[in-house]
Design a protein around this ligand. Structure first.
Ligand code: ADP
Ligand code: MG
Ligand code: MG
Length: 897
């Protein structure tokens, strides 16, 4: 084992982040690249872990290593730590592996004491500067090491300036700084019963310990939780010789980005302060100047800064965020890191770097954070004009939504089902409200923060959400805000990106794909192997998805077409029918609707495959709720008997009988999917007929139709065989002669574990497998999703029993194993078997990576996630190369057949 815990900057490089932290690794990299970095060294993250293992104590061993490193620094700088004649001063800087801006603490000017401050005054011939530096040290040290709150120091400084009638810190004289230093020392003594240490090595020891300890301060802990940074990682400490930006008007300090971090535009962006040190730029004591100004004030330094910025960007091949200090006209670089940027800037910068030949298209694609695409691809409010903003809450989940107000999840679901757009407004949401969130366009809560239940759930579902909007007061059936009243059913709009709550309906605009994004997507398309399909149930969504680059429809759910206002009553008529003939009559009424839907979708997807799933949900979903019917029947029984009420009662009772009849103990595992098609073949016959008729009509219009008919919930090969025969019969009947010319496919969803296990048998009757990973996850885990997410899944996730929600991120170990097996088995009997995943997982990066590795042909996701999926699929190809499973599967067949 390597016991080295201290590395001089010359000994490290950018690849050593885990050990040296990001800041240390980059300081090393820059030192070795010959950039003007003040010399120093890094105490490793290993040392930090050791510090915690020893109960929060720096061991003598480590401290001796640090002392040796200081000695080397002394030689390099020709100065001596604690020597009043030529004192060495250092900064003690935290630096974790993942950047955690401002989360941990840094101390500057360490090595100053009552004696060395005199030496510094003499050697710089600037006593005012020396004492200013000293009071800064005492303040930072008092704050970081002894925990005295900064405000006490600020107050003393403020009183001092008031006493002498001074405006700015720079007006304070040497004498006055000395006075303040005395006050600071007493303050520390009074608050902590400890003296500010005069021994510079004691200063150093305590400072390093304090930086290690700051890894566990409250803000750092919260930041890690939010950004999923592991607690055990620890921080490194950088000890670096000081350079001074506060030495006069030929000195200064600042921060620059090599490109504009909000637009991505290629021009130096940043701020600086003349005659200032370290944190002054960000702390807001003085208003900094825009970096352009430096070109006028110090043209040579500016030219050097510009050149250095360009060099750093070329070196790191990415936009950099750089800290610099100018000491008496000399530029020093104190930090560089990949700059944080907005989603929009990220796309522009990636494309520009390719155009400038800094990156290859593949490197640019690898860089893209898919979560950025998620941000870019949400709807927004169309116009800013004349918005009546009622209140502003927390911007908890991006995107805008407009709809009618409802106050509970059940109403949200009911109204949503009848085709209304609703916004769920609630004090806060609980896991019991999931179905309401699902049905709503967006969610507004009056309580709860960015990590409240509503916020987390809405983000997970990609729905707009405004949280903690405390100005609204919810009462029963209405809310008030600022003297105005909004009732259930009134229209409001919310903007989850800004937190605004707006009165009335507003028009929303669909997200647009910028020129840069479309360039990136084109590169991604040329790289990826996995095809990207979409889930769409109507022509509008299909067209939208196609615009976003979908290469087909992977899942068209026919039941959604049954819910429309004009159809539901016919569907109910069909369900209530007691005889086959009655049922046929109702189905015949439905047929033209279905046919029309399919025609619309085929037109929108001209030339691309369309996978249509035959009816899947249990029939009771189309009937009213049982409790409601009981209530109605009771009310009617007690109502005055008229011809009308008698008839109505009869109708309600009939419905009730049917609902009771259809009642199931566990509908998820009940009479649904192909089981419906087997018991009521006339339903699937009608659907198949509608599909084939639509094909004929569209072909007549010159449209190329590539239909794929999908049988849901198959668990046994005989089920599929039977349903395939049914569809083939209809094809024969409707298409006649033309049948041969039409390239239709018949396949199945693999969503019952038994189907996955017996895939080689199922494949004999299937042209394709589409993994319905939502049901497959439910049945593999034995979780019903609504119950799981409503009851215990949150607990499982919080306690890390599960690392991710398996309904969002595909469970590779279990569900993934079934998929892998089924693909291999299926292809062993049918090498050309087409395979894909449909459902939410198809739009999740990690799950897409899995699908690529497993050698699936496509993933299918919601229209707005198609661009994200295109990028993720390209990233998978770049990361893992071409999938091996697919090739192996095919080879096996070739050699055994
Ligand atoms: P943070 O991670 O909060 O940015 P840093 O360690 O980067 O903390 O330091 C805080 C400020 O002090 C920065 O402005 C930095 O440039 C400045 N600074 C750090 N070390 C030195 C040094 N050796 N000489 C001059 N300024 C320094
Ligand atoms: Mg910094
Ligand atoms: Mg299913």
């Amino acid at each position: 084992m390597n016991n080295q815990r201290v590395y001089h900057f010359q000994e490290g490089n950018a690849g050593m982040r885990e050990l040296l932290g990001g800041k240390g690794a980059n300081l090393a990299e820059m030192t070795n690249a010959g950039l003007p970095v003040p010399p120093g060294f890094t105490v490793t993250t290993d040392a930090c872990r050791e510090f915690y293992e020893k109960g929060g104590q720096l061991t003598d061993e480590i401290f001796n290593e640090i002392k040796q490193a200081v000695r080397l620094l002394e030689q390099k700088k020709r100065q001596e730590f604690g020597n009043p004649d030529r004192p060495l001063l250092v900064s003690v800087r935290s630096g974790s592996v993942n950047s955690m801006p401002g989360m941990m603490d840094t101390i500057l000017n360490l090595g100053l004491n009552d004696k060395t401050v005199q030496g510094l005054a003499q050697s710089t011939e600037n006593a005012k500067f020396a004492f200013d530096s000293y009071r800064r040290l005492i303040q930072m040290f008092g704050n970081v090491v002894f925990g005295v709150e900064g405000i006490y120091f600020e107050n003393l400084l403020h009183s001092l300036k008031e006493k002498y009638g001074l405006e700015q810190d720079r007006d304070v004289s040497e004498e006055q700084w000395r006075e303040l230093i005395g006050q600071y020392k007493s303050l520390i003594l009074e608050k902590t019963r400890r003296e500010f240490p005069q021994d510079v090595y004691v200063q150093l020891n305590l400072a390093v310990e304090a930086v290690f300890r700051s890894w566990n301060n409250q803000r750092a802990k919260v930041y890690r939780k939010v950004h999923q940074i592991p607690d055990h990682q620890g921080t490194a400490v950088n000890i670096q010789s000081m350079v001074f930006g506060n030495l006069g008007n030929d000195s200064g300090t600042g921060v620059v980005f090599t490109r504009n971090p909000s637009t991505g535009e290629k021009s130096l962006f940043g701020e600086y302060l003349i005659n200032a040190q370290g944190e002054d730029v960000v702390s807001g004591v003085r208003t900094p100047m825009p970096i352009r100004q430096l070109e006028m004030e110090m043209p040579e330094v500016y030219a050097q800064l510009l050149a250095t910025a360009q060099r750093l960007e070329q070196h790191y091949k990415d936009m950099q965020d750089i800290e610099f200090t100018v000491e008496k006209g000399r530029l020093f670089i104190l930090q560089t890191r990949n700059g944080k940027r907005t989603a929009q800037a990220a796309m522009k910068i990636a494309v520009d770097l390719v155009r400038e030949n800094v990156l290859t298209p593949g490197e640019a694609i690898r860089r893209i954070e898919v979560s950025h695409l998620d941000q870019l691809l949400h709807r927004a409010i169309d116009t800013e004009a004349a918005l009546e903003v009622l209140a502003t809450g927390l911007p908890a989940s991006p995107g805008a939504a407009t709809g009618q107000v409802v106050f509970d999840a059940d109403t949200a679901e009911e109204w949503g089902r009848s085709g209304k757009r609703v916004i769920l407004v609630s004090m806060e949401t609980t896991p019991e409200d999931i179905h309401g969130v699902l049905a709503a366009e967006g969610v507004l809560t009056s309580r709860g923060g960015m990590t409240s239940h509503a916020a987390v759930v809405a983000r997970g579902m990609g729905k707009p959400c405004v949280c903690g909007c405390e100005d609204i007061r919810i009462q029963s059936g209405l809310f008030t805000v600022d003297g105005q009243m909004i009732r259930e059913g009134d229209w409001i709009s919310i903007d989850g990106a800004s937190g605004r709550v707006i009165r009335g309906e507003v028009s929303l605009k669909d997200p647009e794909i910028s020129e840069e994004l479309s360039e990136l997507l084109a590169w991604a398309d040329s790289i990826r192997k996995l095809k990207i399909f979409t889930n769409a149930d109507n022509p509008e969504d299909s067209a939208k998805a196609r615009e976003f680059g979908a290469e087909g429809i992977g899942l068209c759910r026919t039941e959604h077409m049954f819910f429309g206002a004009d159809r539901l009553s016919v569907v109910q008529e069909m369900i209530l029918s007691d005889t086959l003939d009655e049922r046929r009559i109702a189905l015949n009424k439905l047929l033209p609707f279905q046919q029309g839907d399919f025609e619309g979708i085929f037109r929108a997807m001209n030339g691309l495959p369309v996978t249509i799933r035959l009816l899947d949900p249990p029939l009771h979903e189309f009937l009213p709720d049982m409790e409601e019917l009981i209530q109605q029947s009771v009310e009617l029984k007690y109502a005055q008997k008229t011809e009308e009420t008698v008839k109505e009662l009869e109708r309600v009772e009939q419905l009730l009988r049917k609902v009771r009849n259809l009642h199931e103990f566990n509908p998820m595992l009940g009479q649904r999917g192909c089981r419906l098609g087997i018991l009521f073949p006339e339903i699937y016959e009608m659907q198949a007929e509608a599909i084939f008729r639509a094909i004929l009509t569209c072909r007549g219009e010159g449209i190329e139709v590539l239909p794929e008919i999908m049988i849901p919930l198959v668990g046994h090969e005989k089920e599929l065989k039977l349903m395939r025969e049914l569809v083939e019969r209809k094809a024969e009947e409707v298409l006649g002669e033309e049948k041969e010319a039409i390239p239709y496919k018949i396949g199945t969803m693999i969503e019952v574990p038994r189907a996955a296990l017996t895939a080689s048998k199922i494949a004999q009757h299937a042209d394709f497998f589409s993994f319905g990973t939502n049901d497959l996850t439910q049945m593999t885990f034995g979780y019903s999703r609504d119950d799981a997410e409503g009851k215990f899944l949150t607990h499982y996730l919080e306690d890390e029993l599960l690392s991710t929600n398996p309904f969002q991120v595909l469970d590779e170990d279990g569900v993934g194993m079934l998929i892998d097996w089924a693909v291999k088995q299926g292809r062993s009997v049918k090498p050309e078997l087409k395979t894909g995943v449909c459902g939410e997982h198809g739009g999740d990066k990690q799950s897409i990576f899995f699908c690529h590795k497993t050698g699936l042909d496509y993933v299918s996701c919601s229209p707005y996630r198609v661009p994200l999926a295109r990028i993720a699929a390209a990233q998978a190809q770049l990361e893992f190369g071409s999938a091996s499973t697919a090739a192996n599967g095919r080879n096996k067949v070739a050699t055994t057949s």
